[in-house]
Design a protein around this ligand. Structure first.
Ligand code: ATR
Length: 276
């Protein structure tokens, strides 16, 4: 090992909006580590070449985001069970022996956020309703099954995408009509919004909350300086409700530890730094 500063990155297309450099930058300063974590924009057609060059350029690892999560998995030489099961990677480690390790920490981040922010929540208490069928949905469905949810119900505006997620995971997953989600929401122990509804002011709720019982946990992958309308409405009804910022922060922990050698804390100071 040389004495060069440690390097890691996040690659996506586009990448300017990513908050990951704020997360890792905060930790690098806080732990006094000589290192850099930078955004690297790679167009889809440039990804394979750019990715393969990263270890030669001194990168110890990289996070990968949309649209490269599947391609990164395909280019890895060593794939974690999580990444294989989800079918996508978000955390890549370039090892000194030349191997490329692919992991997916989105499900870990999802569960760590809920355990942190809603310790009373128990995934096994009843079925989980997952709204949306994109990449985040896949990682969350896998995490909920692993955490003991007896069944996962997926509802998506475009039913074919929900069917594709259900086919991918098989047993224990049921597809519901998007219009029916509201009617069954009251029977779920956990309700997760993975759609982009709620990012823009004035958008409708993914499902109405008036029939929910007090034990249900409502969570959103969306986050911002203010709670999303969905999370705010759930809190106003006295329900446990957690937004998605903690998922972003916790999913970053394993990568930081592998690349920079310190297991970092997710705390209020980090939240403030990322939302500033
Ligand atoms: P990600 O990978 O972050 O989950 P994505 O693949 O773009 O992002 O998925 C976005 C999700 O939000 C999808 O489930 C999408 O539904 P469709 O599959 O029907 O597109 C959902 N979504 C976006 N806008 C929506 C809206 N106005 N109403 C309902 N669902 C919406």
């Amino acid at each position: 090992m040389t004495d060069e500063p440690r390097l890691a990155a996040v690659t996506g297309w586009p990448i300017a909006h990513s908050r990951s450099p704020l997360v890792h930058g905060h930790w690098l300063r806080r732990y006094g580590i000589r290192g850099h974590y930078i955004p690297v924009a790679l167009a889809p057609e440039a990804f394979a070449e750019g990715f393969s060059a990263m270890p030669k350029l001194g990168f110890r690892g990289t996070n990968v985001t949309i649209p490269h999560k599947e391609m990164a998995l395909a280019l890895a030489t060593d794939v974690s069970d999580e990444a294989r099961a989800i079918g996508a990677a978000n955390t890549i480690t370039f090892r000194e022996d030349g191997s490329i390790h692919a992991d997916n920490t989105d499900g870990y981040g999802f569960l760590a956020n809920l355990r942190d922010a809603a310790p009373a929540w128990d995934a096994a208490a009843g079925p989980a309703l997952v709204l949306g069928a994109g990449g985040a949905s896949r990682a969350i469905v896998h995490a909920l099954r692993g955490a003991g949810a007896p069944e996962v119900w997926i509802a998506n505006r475009t039913a074919a995408r929900a069917e594709a997620v259900a086919d991918h995971f098989g047993e224990g997953i049921r597809v519901l009509d998007w219009e029916r989600a509201e009617a069954v929401a009251g029977d779920a122990a956990t309700i997760v919004n993975t759609t982009s509804l709620g990012m823009k002011p004035g958008e409708p709720m993914p499902v109405a909350l008036d029939r929910l019982s007090s034990g249900v946990l409502v969570t959103d992958v969306v986050y911002g300086a203010e709670p999303t309308a969905f999370v705010a409405a759930a809190r106003a009804r006295g329900l446990m409700a957690v937004d998605g910022l903690g998922m972003l922060l916790h999913q970053a922990v394993p990568g930081f530890e592998r690349w920079f050698g310190v297991r970092p804390e997710v705390d209020a100071e980090l939240r403030a730094a990322v939302l500033a």
